[in-house]
Structure formats: structure tokens, C-alpha cells
Design a protein around this ligand. Structure first.
Ligand SMILES: *Cc1c(COP(=O)(O)O)cnc(C)c1O
Length: 385
């Protein structure tokens, strides 16, 4: 789609009116595993769907356009996307990753490193001393998440680009928490952007998928080759669903953010709440940085209840419009207790080190009416006495 139009427009119209056979307005779903040869020695554009598929390509093109990359590889899950990015590493290469990265990323990097596929060092990417030390050593990949999960810390992408340059590393940003509607890491100097499409890009909690977007064409070609060789590519049906969800990304993100902000303000005003983590609040330590490097503050927030785990249990039990579940980024509001759910594997010590208290609750604000969500949280807070 022509880049004279805004991203909002291009996302809605991705691959619309591209069907030459029937003139279908919406791009048809192509589930076929294989494609005919026109004749002996005459292959067509597509031959086999693991390698390339028109429906998956339509989604990849839309996401590459949104992120401003040379190309995107759509994978079967967010973890498959991260596995794909790891194919750029050789034995001996160093990966620098955040101590508080997504749990699945931590598990994958540490277990592959334990098998000698590469080396990994987990560090606090907001700690200026640790970054200065890291700059003195060569590395191949600097992995970043911003905002972080579940404390919504904001990492300085421009500073991390400098670190990556000093180390000779590729800069990879997992952009799952904001989506390209609110943050485009390639513009901040990233080489790779990774998404769990499962979250905001699909946005309806009904597809597990992922994507790796590369800034330059050679890197994209290398990733596409590995995705085919390893069989990591996403299913056509999932791609069809994700493209359908993607069209509404910008309007969804606006309502997610409106709701998250209202919830953050409501929580911040409650005596039962010790601390609210939402980068949109002026008192958040990453507020100014987020203003600079993001186009919005997103739909995720967390907060610490003064009453610890007991208060968290009672609060979560009272909610009617927030479903107790892991994951995030769907149209429906969700609530999660990191200490007993997403961050249980860290253990008490690990959680203490990461600053995840027993009274911490994480919310994924959906797109329901703001007043209803605020009233629901108010009622649950008042039940804490
Ligand atoms: C969910 C998530 C992943 C993993 O994605 P899956 O689609 O579940 O495989 C990776 N990174 C972040 C930040 C996530 O939230």
C-alpha cells in the first residue's frame, strides 16, 4: 500500500482488493499446502506453503510496512519468532538480555546457552554501570523489551543502540507490549523487531503466532531461509485471522490506552494501593522517556496492593469485568497475579530481586466502556476495606 497514506489507513487496507481471480474485496485465505507448476520446469511464485504462502505473506507485508522494515517472517508463535532470531547466533557468540525479560525468553535463552549454542548474560538494561561494563566486550545480540513485564519499566532505546554499536551487536526489540501503533523500534535504531502476534497485533485472544521484522533485506532473507529450513513458519489460517485482527489495531490501541490511563488514575487515588506502574502517569520514572520514544503509553499496567497476597486474592475475586488469566492484548480485560501465575517460576528470591511483590496485580485493559471498568475496579478496591 502506498506510503503516502497514514499507517492507520494502510493497516486497514492491507491487501484489500488484491484478488485477481474473483475480485474478492478481502484477501482470500489460501490453505493449500502446495501449488501447481505451470508446466515442466516452470514453477510459479509459490510452490509449498511451509516455504511461502499468499495468506501468510499478506500478513507479513502488512506488519513489515507498519514497523518500517525491509521484510517480516511470520512464525507459529512468539517463541518461534524468538527461536528464529536465535539462528543468527553461533557458538561463542554473546547475547545480552534483560534480567526481567519475558519468562519464555529467559527459559529459551538460558537453556540453549546451557547446551553451548551461544553464551548469554542477563543484566539490568537500565543500570548505567552495567551498560558501561557491557560496552567493553564484543557481543552478537542485544535483546530488549520495553516496557518491561510486569513493572512497565521503560528502556532507553537510543542508549541501547549505542551499547549495541560499541559491542558490535544487533539490537533486537520485543515490541509485543506496545505494538507498532505506539512504538516503532526500527526508527530508534533497532535491527530486529519481534512480536508475539498473539497479543495486540491479533488482539482477540484467539490466535497464537509471532513475527520477526528485519530492518534490512539481507537479514530478512537469512531469517526467511531459517524459518523454512526449521519449519517455524506460521499457519495460513492463523495468518488470515491475525490480518483480520490487525486491521483494527489503531482504534483498539486508542481505547486500550484510554482505559489503562483511567484505571491507573483510579488506582493511584486509592489508599489500598501502595504504587501504580503505568508509564502514562507523570510520576512514573519512565514517563519522560516514554513520551520521547513512544507514540502512546499502551494498555498494560500493574500496581502493588498494601495488603499483599491476601489483598490481591480478595481484589481479584471481586472483579467482574477482568478475567483472571495470563496473556494480554486482547479486546477483553484481564487480570493476573504475577507471583502465583506468570512469574511463579522465578521463585520467592527471584521475584524479590525483580521487585515483584506478593501484592502486585497486573491488568491488561481491554476495550470495554471506560466507566464500567473503572466502576469494577473501584468496587473491588472498596471491598478491601
Ligand atoms: C507472550 C509473549 C511472548 C511469547 O509469545 P507466544 O506467542 O506466547 O509464543 C514473547 N514476548 C512477550 C513480551 C510476550 O508477552
Amino acid at each position: 500500500m502506498s506510503d503516502s497514506f497514514r499507517h492507520e489507513t494502510r493497516t486497514v487496507r492491507a491487501a484489500i482488493d488484491s484478488d485477481e481471480q474473483f475480485g474478492a474485496v478481502m484477501p482470500p485465505i489460501v490453505l493449500s499446502t502446495n501449488f501447481t507448476f505451470e508446466g515442466f520446469g516452470k514453477p510459479r511464485e509459490y510452490d509449498y506453503s511451509r516455504t511461502a504462502n499468499p495468506t501468510r505473506d499478506a500478513l507479513a507485508a502488512a506488519i513489515a510496512d507498519l514497523e518500517g522494515g525491509a521484510g517480516a517472517t511470520v512464525t507459529a508463535s512468539g517463541m518461534a519468532a524468538i527461536t528464529l532470531a536465535c539462528q543468527l547466533l553461533n557458538p561463542g557468540d554473546l547475547v545480552i538480555a534483560p534480567v526481567d525479560c519475558y519468562g519464555g525468553t529467559y527459559r529459551l535463552l538460558s537453556r540453549l546457552a546451557a547446551r553451548g549454542l551461544f553464551q548469554v548474560r542477563f543484566m539490568d538494561l537500565a543500570d548505567t554501570g552495567q551498560l558501561a561494563a557491557a560496552e567493553r566486550e564484543p557481543a552478537r545480540l542485544l535483546w530488549v523489551e520495553s516496557p518491561t513485564n510486569p513493572l512497565l519499566r521503560i528502556m532507553d532505546l537510543a542508549r541501547l543502540r549505542q551499547v549495541a554499536d560499541a559491542c558490535g551487536a544487533l539490537l533486537a526489540v520485543d515490541n509485543t507490549f506496545l505494538s507498532p501503533a505506539l512504538q516503532r523500534p526500527l526508527e530508534s535504531g533497532a535491527d530486529l523487531v519481534i512480536h508475539s502476534t498473539t497479543k495486540y497485533l491479533n488482539g482477540h485472544s484467539d490466535v497464537v503466532s509471532g513475527v520477526v521484522v528485519a530492518r534490512d533485506a539481507a537479514l530478512h532473507a537469512e531469517l526467511a531461509t531459517w524459518a523454512n529450513a526449521l519449519g517455524l513458519t506460521g499457519a495460513p489460517f492463523d495468518s488470515f485471522m491475525a490480518l483480520r485482527g490487525l486491521r483494527t489495531l489503531f482504534v483498539r490501541m486508542r481505547q486500550h490506552e484510554t482505559n489503562a490511563r483511567a484505571l491507573a488514575e483510579t488506582l493511584a487515588a486509592s489508599p489500598a494501593v501502595a504504587r501504580v506502574h503505568y508509564p502514562g502517569l507523570p510520576g512514573h520514572p519512565g514517563h519522560d522517556l516514554a513520551r520521547r520514544q513512544q507514540r502512546g503509553f499502551g494498555g498494560m499496567l500493574s500496581f502493588e496492593l498494601r495488603g499483599g497476597q491476601d489483598a490481591a486474592r480478595r481484589f481479584l475475586g471481586q472483579l467482574r469485568l477482568f478475567t483472571l488469566a495470563e496473556s494480554l492484548g486482547g479486546v477483553e480485560s484481564l487480570a493476573c497475579h504475577p507471583a502465583t501465575m506468570t512469574h511463579l517460576p522465578l521463585g520467592p528470591e527471584g521475584r524479590r530481586a525483580a521487585g515483584i511483590g506478593d501484592g502486585l496485580v497486573r491488568l491488561s485493559a481491554g476495550i470495554e466502556a471506560t466507566d464500567d471498568l473503572v466502576a469494577d475496579v473501584r468496587a473491588a478496591l472498596s471491598s478491601l476495606g
